[in-house]
Design a protein around this ligand. Structure first.
Ligand code: 1GP
Length: 229
């Protein structure tokens, strides 16, 4: 099984993907079944991760989810401690909007001890933090600046630099609970520029926001807070 190829195949057919993000710190394992029953029918993936997660909580969460769904479970780790072989794949993130070496390569090197012999599919991902109108956990924890939404060229160039570096996915992140999701203008400009699948998340709540994001060119939307609530 190749989870990346599945994403590429969906994109080729213009099938829109929806990923539900679970923050292990806010997840109750005994409610896993009820939670999975409550998410939309068109959910294609489960992401598990957070900016700060207590040790071992990721593994417990992934196990509880895997026991109750056939959906692919991807790690979306805030740091190298959030890696467990119980998931299917890992978004191997590099925070390319930032200029903090710890989140460009430091955490990645620290994760190798767990990834060397892993069964996880490793998917190189260019992670771009965009200003969502309020300070995000990613900004706080990574100690990096988000790119302002009006700097569309800088965002496009960052995404392309990611693609040229060999990233297989580009993830535009407004931050969990963002007041202002990534604009349609940015989505359209990035989608037009890159040849790899585009993930967008942060602050998406309504079905209208979802529809507009897909129409602008998002291949996979990530929604966390809305379903958590
Ligand atoms: C955060 O992009 C995700 O990393 C999802 O954000 O929690 O605002 O849906 P929300």
């Amino acid at each position: 099984l190749n989870f990346y190829r599945q994403i590429e195949a969906a994109v080729a057919k213009n099938r829109k993907l929806l990923s539900v993000l679970i923050d292990p710190d806010k997840f109750e394992e005994n409610e896993a079944g009820a939670f999975l029953n409550s998410i939309p029918e068109n959910t294609s993936h489960i992401f598990v991760g957070g900016s700060t997660v207590e040790k071992n909580q990721t593994e417990k969460t992934v196990k509880a989810i895997k026991a109750r769904t056939q959906l692919p479970v991807f790690l979306f780790p805030g740091d190298h401690n959030q890696i467990t072989d119980d998931a299917d794949a890992i978004l191997f993130l590099s925070l390319i909007s930032g200029r903090n070496p710890e989140y460009l390569i430091g955490q990645q090197v620290k994760s190798v001890v767990k990834l060397r012999n892993t069964s996880l599919e490793i998917i190189p991902t260019g992670y771009i933090l965009i200003d969502g109108g309020n300070e995000s956990a990613v900004q706080r924890v990574s100690n990096t600046e988000p790119i302002p939404q009006f700097e569309v060229n800088a965002i496009v160039n960052t995404a392309l630099a990611g693609q040229y570096s060999g990233k297989k996915l580009i993830y535009l992140e407004a931050g969990s609970g963002a007041r202002i999701p990534v604009s349609e203008e940015i989505i359209a400009a990035v989608k037009k520029a890159i040849d790899i699948p585009l993930i967008v998340g942060g602050g998406i709540r309504t079905t209208q926001q979802q529809r507009k994001a897909y129409e602008a060119g998002v291949d996979m939307l990530v929604i966390g807070t809305h379903f958590e609530e």
